[in-house]
Ligand binder design. Structure first.
Ligand SMILES: Cc1ncc(COP(=O)(O)O)c(C=O)c1O
Length: 366
């Protein structure tokens, strides 16, 4: 009755457990949620034409602003090669459709963003480990070089240069996913790898979810000439175009003159949350785990001193009203045991203290 593609589709046990995190009193370190206090209160002056169908590529005015920003980063992205997405998750889906057949090798960091792994897996990807200094052994390489999800790591200048060169010289398509670049709290060379490519095939994407409002479901991509028209055709087949209302709200916000101030305030707010979280981690996890405070993004990556499969801890943690993401889920192949991804942006100081104490108690009892 169903297609071959969905034969291997299984509900993720983790997602099912995390479905419980909305209940009252729960401290969630699980999702990559912006702090509710940072979400905007947009007032929309709506012309009814905004509610009409629009172009698949996106609102021309929004594409122009995105293009200007990307060019400022050194990326060869004229407005004609900017595509507005219904969330950057959609970009992953479009790229997977463009490149991945059953058995197609895709080079990824290990660990990497769980929902990208799921999308590539759905299309039958065969994952290979990315080696930053060597030509990827795959036609497509997916990277989150700036404040990676889940590790928070920022790739070095040398790694960025080497990967750009390896992709160009080796005929490998670079797919750079960059939703966290604006949330920077420490020194890191954030110049995109796509800006370092001299020719070759590439896709660079970003998101308005972490800097503005995830519920608007809006992101964008730019791509090299050889890929862009195909990505637009794939998008047409998915949703015709992204929400005109969301595009209007975002366009108003980023052209209002207050946008640069918003980004600065946001980074300062999250830097404080990161530091609060780090201090609480030291109180409760010194002697149990190691970590480095991330220079950006929304996550701490913990390595426990013991190889506990943290997936087995999650149900009891949820019973005690704390949610986290087991690190094992982010590995393409055999996972490294004893890792946790903890989101620090959503919970306030009291909830953070309570949640980390509960998690540390749980670990000690195990
Ligand atoms: C690395 C990465 N890519 C893409 C996304 C998807 O973001 P959105 O679809 O909200 O733009 C996320 C969300 O957490 C992410 O961490």
């Amino acid at each position: 009755m169903f297609s071959h593609r969905v034969a291997a589709l299984r509900p993720s046990p983790i997602r099912e457990i995390l479905g419980l995190v909305d209940r009252p009193g729960m401290v969630s370190f699980a999702g990559g949620l912006p702090a509710t206090d940072t979400l905007p209160h947009p007032r929309v002056d709506l012309d009814p034409t905004t509610l009409q169908y629009g172009p698949s590529e996106g609102d021309p005015a929004l594409r122009a602003v995105v293009s200007e920003n990307l060019r400022g980063l050194g990326i060869d992205a004229p407005p004609e090669r900017v595509l507005i997405l219904s969330g950057s998750q959609q970009g992953i889906d479009l790229v997977a459709k463009l490149f991945v057949d059953p058995g197609t090798p895709v080079a990824v960091e290990n660990p990497t963003y769980l929902a990208a792994l799921q999308t590539f897996r759905f299309h039958g990807a065969a994952f290979t480990d990315l080696d930053w200094t060597d030509t990827p052994a795959a036609p497509l390489t997916y990277v989150v070089p700036t404040f990676a999800n889940p590790t928070g790591r920022c790739a070095t200048t040398a790694e960025r240069d080497a990967l750009a060169r390896a992709c160009t010289d080796g005929g490998v398509t670079l797919f750079e996913d960059d939703p966290y670049r604006e949330l920077a709290y420490g020194p890191c060379d954030r110049t995109p790898i796509a800006a370092r490519m001299r020719g070759g095939s590439w896709i660079y994407q970003g998101s308005f979810s972490k800097t503005f409002a995830p519920g608007l479901r809006l992101g964008f991509l730019a791509a090299s000439d050889d890929l862009f028209p195909r990505l637009v055709m794939l998008k047409q087949a998915v949703d015709l175009h992204s929400s005109s209302l969301s595009q209007k709200i975002v366009l108003d916000a980023i052209t209002a003159g207050t946008w640069p101030g918003r980004l600065t305030d946001l980074a300062a707010f999250y830097r404080r949350r990161r530091d609060t979280f780090d201090a609480a981690l030291h109180r409760h996890f010194d002697g149990h785990a190691t970590w480095s405070p991330p220079d950006g993004g929304l996550f701490f990556w913990l390595r426990l001193d013991r190889p506990v499969d943290t997936r087995t801890l999650l149900p009891e943690a949820i019973t005690r009203n704390v949610a986290f993401m087991p690190g094992e889920e982010f590995y393409a192949g055999e996972p490294r045991l004893g890792t946790l991804r903890l989101n620090f942006s959503h919970a306030d100081a009291d909830a953070t203290e309570r949640g980390l104490r509960t998690l540390a108690d749980l670990l000690t009892e195990q």
